[in-house]
Design a protein around this ligand. Structure first.
Ligand code: NAG
Ligand code: NAG
Length: 388
C-alpha cells in the first residue's frame, strides 16, 4: 500500500495538500563537506567542484591585484590538479581521493559557507529576505515574518474563487510555485486568476497584530490581489510521473507588486547551494494549512540525506533526483502549502532553499520525509525566463 501521495493528483478542491510540522529552532547549520578548504578564516568544510562554479575563488581570481596570500590560498585549495604544488587540506587520504576523482576540470575545495550566498542578478532585488523581529521557535508567526509568502487564486467554471497552492515572491514581478500547482489546475478546470500578497490572517483584512504587553496594533495594508500575466511551467516537468522531478513554475504578475514591510521578495540562493551541503540543516516552512488557525503558521524541517531518501522512495518506484530535497517534519501538524517556500536563514536573511512538492498523506508521517524542489538547481532556468 502506498503511504504517500503525489499531491498533484489530489481532488480539485484540495489541490494542494500541505506538508508540515512544529518547531525547534536551532538556527545554525551543521555544515558537512567532502573536503576541508583553507580560507582566511581557517579551515572550513567544503565541496570539491569546478573552480568556475566556486564563487569564493572566482572572486579572488577576478580581483585586479592578486596578492601573494591569495595565490597561496588558491594553491592550497587546489585538488586533482596537474601541477606539482598540489596540497589538499583533507582529514584523511581517503577523503582526498573522494574529493578529486572523475574530472578533467580544475577542481577546488570550495568552502561551503559560500554556497549559501544569495544570487545577484539585474532583475532580482538587492533587498530581499529581510528579518524584522527577533526570530522565535513557536509555530505562531508575526505579521511581517514571511512577507514573500503568496497564495494562488483559482477560479472555477462556476466563477467561484478558491485559494489552494502557495507561492513565493522573488521580485516585484515574479513568483515561484510548484509546477503541479499550475498544471493540475488546467486538468481540473480551474483557471489561475490571481496571486494574493501581503496575507497573514485569512479571516481578516486588513490584518492587525496586537503586541502582547502594550496592546499596540501592528497593522498591514489590505492584501494585494494581482492578476497573472504569464505562467511558465518547467519544460521538463511531467505531471503524470510520480517522482515529480522539475516541479517548479514561474508566475509573472500583470503589474508589479507594491513592496512594503508586509510584501517583500525572498532571496534566491546561488547555484552552489548543493543538496549534501544542506543535509542536517534546520530550515523553515510556513503557510496556511493548519486547521487550528486562520493565521499563517510555521515549523521547522530538518534536511535529510538525499541518498537515503532516494532509497526509501525507490521502494515505491519513485526516482528522486539531486534537484530535489528531502526534509523531515519537526511537528505534528502541517503548515506549508504546496508550492510554498522552504526557507534557509543565513547571514541575517532568508534564502529560498526549496518549494513544497509532495509528501505523505496524511501528513506529517515520521517514516516518510517530504520532498521539495531544490531551487538552486533551477537558477539558470529562472534567469533565462526573467524579463524586465
Ligand atoms: C524554544 O525557546 C525557548 C526559549 O528560548 C526554550 O526554552 C525552548 O526550549 C525552545 N523550544 C524548543 C522546542 O526548541
Ligand atoms: C511522463 O511520465 C509517465 C509516467 O512515468 C510516462 O509514461 C510518460 O512517458 C512520461 N511522458 C514524457 C513526455 O516523458
Amino acid at each position: 500500500m502506498r503511504t504517500f501521495s503525489d499531491r498533484s493528483t489530489a481532488a480539485a478542491e484540495v489541490l494542494c495538500v500541505a506538508i508540515i510540522y512544529s518547531l525547534a529552532l536551532s538556527l545554525t547549520a551543521q555544515s558537512t563537506g567532502n573536503c576541508i578548504s583553507k580560507t582566511q578564516n581557517g579551515r572550513t568544510p567544503g565541496h570539491c567542484i569546478s573552480i568556475r562554479e566556486c564563487e569564493y575563488f572566482m572572486r579572488i581570481l577576478s580581483s585586479v591585484n592578486l596578492a601573494q596570500s591569495d595565490r597561496i590560498l588558491l594553491r592550497d585549495n587546489q585538488c586533482g590538479a596537474r601541477g606539482r604544488d598540489v596540497q589538499v587540506y583533507t582529514e584523511t587520504r581517503a577523503l582526498l581521493l573522494n574529493c578529486c576523482h572523475l574530472s578533467n576540470d580544475l577542481q577546488v575545495c570550495c568552502p561551503s559557507t559560500d554556497g549559501l550566498g544569495s544570487l545577484k542578478h539585474p532583475l532580482l532585488p538587492q533587498d530581499c529576505g529581510s528579518v524584522r523581529w527577533q526570530r522565535t521557535n513557536v509555530t505562531e508567526t508575526r505579521i511581517k515574518e514571511f512577507p514573500w509568502l503568496a497564495l494562488i487564486e483559482y477560479t472555477k467554471a462556476s466563477n467561484e474563487k478558491i485559494h489552494a497552492c502557495g507561492g513565493v515572491l522573488i521580485s516585484n514581478r515574479y513568483l515561484l510555485t510548484a509546477a503541479h500547482c499550475v498544471t493540475s489546475a488546467a486538468a481540473n478546470n480551474l483557471q489561475i486568476s490571481a496571486v494574493r500578497l501581503g496575507e497573514w490572517d485569512t479571516s481578516t483584512n486588513p490584518d492587525c497584530q496586537f503586541q502582547e504587553h502594550t496592546n499596540v496594533a501592528d497593522c498591514a495594508p489590505v492584501y494585494q490581489d494581482i492578476g497573472v500575466e504569464q505562467v511558465i511551467s518547467h519544460p521538463l516537468y511531467n505531471r503524470t510521473d510520480e517522482s515529480q522531478v522539475n516541479d517548479i513554475a514561474l508566475i509573472r504578475l500583470a503589474q508589479p507588486a507594491l513592496v512594503n514591510q508586509f510584501v517583500e521578495p525572498i532571496c534566491l540562493p546561488n547555484k552552489q547551494l548543493r543538496a549534501d551541503e544542506l543535509e542536517g540543516l534546520i530550515t523553515e516552512v510556513a503557510g496556511w494549512q493548519a486547521k487550528s488557525s486562520s493565521r499563517m503558521k510555521k515549523s521547522t524541517v530538518t534536511i535529510t540525506s538525499i541518498e537515503e531518501c532516494q532509497k526509501k522512495y525507490a521502494r515505491q518506484n519513485l526516482h528522486l533526483q539531486s534537484s530535489q530535497l528531502c526534509g523531515a517534519a519537526n511537528s505534528n501538524e502541517c503548515h506549508g502549502n504546496s508550492g510554498g517556500p522552504l526557507m534557509l536563514y543565513k547571514n541575517g536573511g532568508y534564502l529560498l532553499g526549496g518549494l513544497v512538492s509532495f509528501g505523505p498523506v496524511p501528513c506529517p508521517n515520521p517514516d516518510w520525509p517530504d520532498v521539495y524542489t531544490r531551487v538552486a538547481s533551477y537558477v539558470d532556468w529562472i534567469h533565462g525566463e526573467l524579463r524586465a
